[in-house]
Design a protein around this ligand. Structure first.
Ligand SMILES: [Zn+2]
Length: 297
């Protein structure tokens, strides 16, 4: 009898969220670690963190639907969906999904999130090509790891963002694509303004900017590639940047900032407002120059 009552009660209280259909999980050494759940939280204004412990996903909530940046791994999509609902929003109200770069750890969940929301998906030309292939483009530094490692569920109907600094709008939201090729040829950093009352801040969702490759790849094999990579890093440093969040939360010290926020007094400055793009860019430039020196030896 008690069991029946509990069953009935839990049934009556079941949330009416639509079932989320995930793609099969990705398998990689870091996948389980990256995909640990993380409590979603407000970053500033209409901007929320909805990703996992090790993979960022950002929701920008608008008056005519939302924008979602990145989808994590295949197995992150259900966690991102749950995080969006935990904040009181609906994944079905996402109208636009964009991507930092089309590697499995940031794009693997996009296909499922697109199915759940029927949102438009937009990406740089090279990024769109990789999303539709469900695999890195052949000129990607990590292409050599192979499809078994690199592959992810292909995304249909990806709109191509043709020009750098192109704004994309959903209702009262406007985000701007900043092409930052280097980590991948299609890498894109995103920026927008978020407001609380009269106070507006420049938010930057910084794409990965590390010179990581499969064995045998040389960034210096094509001189233009190194120049473009350096230019991407310089552009990141020069962006209006009050708050920066990177594709992997650790690169911009997300955990430390969350801890500091929890301990702060109302009069304390927000640890998230650290204008951190220059620091991130400086570390990236150091990494790139070290890689170039290594290749020249
Ligand atoms: Zn990557």
């Amino acid at each position: 009898m008690t069991v029946l009552l509990v069953l009935l009660l839990s049934f009556a209280q079941a949330p009416q969220a639509p079932r989320f259909f995930s793609d099969p999980p990705h398998k990689c050494d870091s996948c389980d670690e990256w995909n640990k759940p993380r409590e979603p939280f407000k970053v500033f204004g209409n901007t929320y963190f909805v990703g996992t412990d090790g993979l960022s996903a950002i929701l920008i909530a608008g008056n005519e639907g939302h924008v979602l940046l990145d989808g994590g791994l295949e197995q992150s999509a259900a966690l991102i969906d749950a995080n969006i609902r935990k904040l009181g929003f609906k994944t079905q109200d996402v109208r636009l999904i964009v991507n930092s770069h089309a590697h499995y750890d940031h794009a693997g969940g996009i296909a499922a999130l697109q199915r759940a929301s029927r949102a438009r998906v937009a990406a740089s030309r090279s990024g769109a090509s990789a999303l539709q292939r469900g695999e890195n483009t052949t000129d990607d530094p990590q292409y050599g790891f192979g499809k078994e490692f690199n592959g992810f569920p292909p995304v249909e109907n990806v709109e191509v963002i043709t020009s750098d600094e192109q704004p994309l709008s959903v209702g009262n939201i406007e985000i701007t694509a900043i092409f930052t090729p280097g980590h991948t040829p299609g890498s894109t950093t995103w920026t927008w303004k978020a407001c609380e009352g009269l106070k507006c801040l420049n938010i930057v969702y910084a794409d990965s900017i590390s010179a990581v490759s499969a064995p045998g790849f040389r960034f210096t094999a094509v001189p233009d590639r190194v120049d473009l990579f350096r230019r991407s890093i310089t552009r990141l440093a020069e962006l209006p940047c009050d708050i920066v969040i990177s594709t992997h939360p650790s690169a911009t010290n997300l955990d430390a900032k969350i801890k500091q926020r929890a301990a702060m007094q109302p009069s304390d400055p927000d640890p998230f407002v650290d204008h951190g793009c220059k620091v991130l860019a400086a570390a990236a430039m150091k990494g790139l120059e070290a890689r170039i020196a290594e290749e020249k030896q």
